[in-house]
Structure formats: structure tokens, C-alpha cells
Design a protein around this ligand. Sequence first.
Ligand code: G1P
Length: 290
Amino acid sequence: MDVRKAVIPVAGLGTRFLPATKAIPKEMLTIVDRPTIQYIVEEVVASGIEQIIFVTSEGKSAIENHFDYNYELDHVLKEKNKILLGKELDMISNLIDIVSVRQKKPLGLGHAIWTARHIVGQEPFMVCLGDDLVYSDVPCAWQMLELYREVGESIVAVQRVPPDQTYQYGIVEGIDNGRERTHQVKRMVEKPAPGTTDSDLAIIGRYILMPEIFDMLSSTTPGHGGEIQLTDALLALSKKRKMYAYEFEGTRFDAGDKFGYLQAIIAYALRHDELGELFKVHLKDVAATL
Ligand code: G1P
């Protein structure tokens, strides 16, 4: 069965980014000329996904509004003859079918995904985490869907990280399965204590999951940090069905972290159609004064 839906959890409080995120969802922080979340939505749209399910919480309505039609704004732009701008806003509100569901308590990523179970139903689906931006020629979601069409099983996106950073991620231990960039999952652990794993394959926020993950999540007890961890449910699922880890092609930015966010702004600004060249010259000038 093809993957038609993508769950995007956006309920997190964004504490890593306070005070900027006190009144604004972290997903609405701007990278060059659009909010972070729009890059993720555009990635899944470009990959052929048909519906997005936002898992939201109180104070996140700006995200839904961003992808909605704004009658007043449309009216004003038409009156002022700002046709192109009007068209761009129109494009954003027509990108894709969007449904929202509320995660009422911050019980963890696993719980957030479980909250979407009735809307996802009994079909494979994608999960994209709003903090993880991937800059690539072929959208990361597309790369994963291509592999899914071959293997028809759950897939987690991974990238290699230095050993002293493994404690910040879900870590996959796998065996090479002959296909380029692909490993069969043997074990996985959420944020292992330093020195407790030999693997450097870190989970990045893109997953394709079989619907059985919801059964696993139903019986997942709180794990790392006292939260219901998606990684723990994935480990349980990997014992019942094959699961793959895929080293995607592209550069990943942790946009939920201040330094990662700055790196993302620079990378996206340098590649921006209108601003890229100008920004490159400016950066060189700045570098010369350092
Ligand atoms: C989540 C996942 C973790 C993964 C990470 C990637 O953690 O639980 O397995 O490696 O996203 O960004 P978080 O960063 O939300 O704590």
C-alpha cells in the first residue's frame, strides 16, 4: 500500500529556543523568508504525500493559520494590486490537505504519534519532525518513499554522528543489507548514555511506519526522560517485522537548536534565488573583518 499521509508533531514547547518561543511556536521561526514548518510541508508535498496530520497543542494555532486561507489579507492584497504576493499566499493555503489533532499532555514523541492513530488508520504513514530540516537535491521524504516501495517495511532516516554526540539521539544498531546506504535494524536505543553503544547511526526526524506501530505504542511505557518514546515502540516493532535504517543524501539542520538554526539560515540564504549571490558577497565581507 502506498504512503499517503504524513504526521508532523508540532506540540512541543520549544524550550531550547526560549525566550523567542515564549509566544510563537518554534515551527514558525523564519528561515530566510518562510517559517521552518513550511520547508517540511513543502518537502512532503514534493514527495507526493496527500495529507498532513499536525499533532498540535495549545498556543500552536499560528501553524494552522499559516496554511489556511486568509480572506482579509487576500482582499487587501487584491485592492492594492499585489497580485504576485496574493498568488504566493494562495499557493501556501492550497499546498495540501491538512488535519489537526491535539496532544493534550506532553507525554513524549511516541504519545504524539499515537494521538494521530484514528486519522492515520490502518495504513503505512510517514512521520516528519519539525526540528529536522534536510537540504538535499532529492527531498529526503522522496528518498525514503523510494526505498519503501522496494522493501515495503518501516524505515527510519539516519545519519552518522561523532561518538560524543550519540547521547543526543535515538541510535540504531544495524547490519548492512547489501543495498547502498541501507541497514537492517537489529537494535535501537533512545539517547544512550555515553560509551554504551558502538554505533554512530543517529535517527533523524523522518520515518515511514507500518500501522502496527500504534499497537506497540499502546503498550510502550515511559522511557528516556520519563516520556513515551517512539524509539522504544520502534524497537518492539523491529522484533516482529523487518525494519530498515536509511542514510539519506543531504545536509540536516537541527532547526530547534540555536546554533543549528543559524547554520540553516546561512545554508538556505546562500541558495536563495534572489538573495543568494548578494548574501555570499556579504558573508565574504564579514569573514574578512573577523
Ligand atoms: C527525537 C527522537 C530521537 C531522534 C531525534 C532527531 O528526539 O526521539 O530518536 O534522534 O528526534 O532529531 P528529540 O530531539 O525530539 O529529543
